[in-house]
Design a binder for this molecule. Sequence first.
Ligand code: CDP
Length: 209
Amino acid sequence: MSDLVIAIDGPAGSGKSTVARTVAELLGWSFLDTGAMYRAVTCEAIFRGIEVHDAVAVAGVADDVSLTTLPRVTVNGRDVEDEIRGDEINVAVSVVAANPEVRASMVARQREFAAAQPLGTVVEGRDITTVVFPHASIKVFLTASLEERARRRGDEGEDSVARRDEADSTRAVSPLRQADDALVLDTTGRDVEDVAQEIVQWLKHNLSR
Ligand code: CDP
């Protein structure tokens, strides 16, 4: 088992998932999309008719669900890969993600996942560099202009993306913020492969020090 971790954070549409997946492929490492986990819990709460502001009930869902993110996002065996990207979840997920008990449960699962991987793990989200893996092999913070991020999110639209960024950056528990020792990369107008290669070079540089 390996304790090598590349931690990637950034706002919505900054390219985290695509870049992280490409870095994982280049290295032959595992990949974990933690946003999909918060989205899946949100989806299951709504499926059970729970109001997302009911913190105790939503925390109960987070504790007892079985989750997978690859090859498909499933919750208790139900495939929610497409459903988790819909408008209803875009609106509700920031509320669920601000719930401290939900976060505690997801963070424990994320650490467990990484600890079980044979080579290393590329993990992306909002609090990965600051809370989940503060001692990661390398930390990366991806940014891009709001215009480009909204374009990448397609149907979600600029207002929803901006609203989610605001909620994620200002919440009390584990807000999105740039770690002091993170490599900051602006992906506006940049190729995924190019950004991924830069991260791999940064990893090699850091591991050889
Ligand atoms: O793909 P995009 O960046 O738009 O969103 P995502 O990574 O799927 O994350 C969806 C939501 O989950 C975010 O807006 C956050 O509210 C929450 N999240 C979080 O709080 N912490 C994480 N580590 C990952 C996601």
